[in-house]
Design a protein around this ligand. Structure first.
Ligand SMILES: *Cc1c(COP(=O)(O)O)cnc(C)c1O
Length: 340
């Protein structure tokens, strides 16, 4: 089986399992787990922030960060295809009493300074007021687009001119940095907080980080507790996370595999595939007459798994359990599936 559904399906390697088995632990609710503390220190360093906080999931981390930036009733500016708006169970409304103002950030996957100025509203007796701008990099729904650091800077500068903080949903921010061949801290330099996942391309079994100023992380800690995320001997799961931080440089392999996969699939009659920036490949199936679901059913018979992403759009995601040989086998398998 070649599992291209997501980069979350990777199994921890021996180094991660050993790290978990031998981790020094303590009660993290008391701040006494040395492994969690070490992970938080190293994660903050990676993204160039003062402090970081370990969370069980990216969704909890995003929601706790957003709650920390805002007051109930405020508005959050988001791209209409963003994860925080579409795939977090309406958490902005349910958990933080926020209202969303969504707009189309376009194929660049980042709002322009003009868009931020246009959609910003000052609080008044009648108007909720803009409390936060949320960015996403890489952008999942838009096909793993790696937004350039300069475009993140421009959006952040526009928000800051208006006195509005910026949170980056950087579930795959390390992929963005690798795609632009810059250190991760360059991508996150001008944003106020960032969430990134250890459990995706970096390969950890569990966990995501929030990073920001020390003062921000202190307050986020309280919101993590509020959302049920205070953990005890969490060093057991944090230890593989420390291993995962060492995997940033290997992400370029996933990107090369994705580019090869995209080119191979695009050459098949009826499929249309743009060259990906990172490890996410969006395949348009309409030219084959098959819906995404029907296409994936045919792929399944050739032991290839992907995710439906729209009526005629399929997402394939490369990761460290997918080799260059698996990519060739996928191209052959899809061609065979469509020939039937
Ligand atoms: C996966 C993902 C998340 C959430 O992470 P979970 O750990 O699955 O909760 C948030 N944002 C983006 C862009 C993601 O791809």
């Amino acid at each position: 089986m070649i599992d291209l559904r997501s980069d979350t399906v990777t199994k921890p390697n021996d180094a991660m399992r050993d790290a978990a088995a031998t981790a020094e632990v303590g009660d993290d609710v008391y701040g006494e787990d040395p492994t969690v503390n070490e992970l938080q220190r190293r994660a903050a360093e990676l993204v160039g922030k003062e402090a970081a906080l370990y969370c069980p999931t990216g969704t909890m981390a995003n929601q706790a960060a957003i709650r920390t930036h805002t007051e109930r009733g405020q508005e959050v500016l988001v791209d209409e295809k963003s994860h925080v708006f579409n795939y977090e169970v309406g958490g902005l409304a349910q958990l933080s009493s926020l209202q969303v103002r969504s707009f189309d950030a376009g194929s660049e996957a980042v709002p322009t300074p003009e868009q931020i100025h246009h959609h910003y509203h000052e609080q008044s007796d009648h108007v909720a007021g803009t409390g936060l701008v949320c960015l996403e990099n890489t952008h999942n729904k838009r096909g793993g687009v790696a937004v350039a650091p300069e475009d993140i800077d421009a959006a952040a500068e526009a928000a800051h001119e208006l006195g509005v903080p910026v949170h980056l949903d950087g579930a795959r921010v390390c992929n963005a940095a690798v795609a632009h061949d810059v250190p991760v801290e360059r991508v996150t330099e001008n944003i106020d907080s960032v969430m990134f996942c250890l459990s995706k391309g970096l390969g950890a079994p569990v966990g995501s980080m929030i990073a920001g100023s020390e003062e921000f992380i202190d307050r986020a800690h309280r919101n993590r507790k509020l959302f049920g995320g205070g953990m005890r001997q969490a060093g057991i799961i944090a230890a593989p996370g420390i291993e995962a931080l060492g995997n940033v440089d290997r992400l370029h392999e996933d990107h090369e595999n994705a580019k090869r996969l995209a080119a191979g699939l695009d050459a098949i009659d009826g499929l249309s595939v743009d060259e990906p920036d990172t490890n996410i490949v969006l395949v348009e199936t309409e030219g084959t007459g098959l819906t995404a679901e029907a296409f994936l059913e045919a792929c399944g018979e050739h032991d290839i798994l992907g995710n439906p992403f729209g009526e005629y759009t399929v997402r394939f995601c490369t990761h460290w359990d997918v080799s260059a040989e698996d990519v060739e086998a996928t191209i052959d398998g899809v061609a065979a599936a469509l020939a039937e």
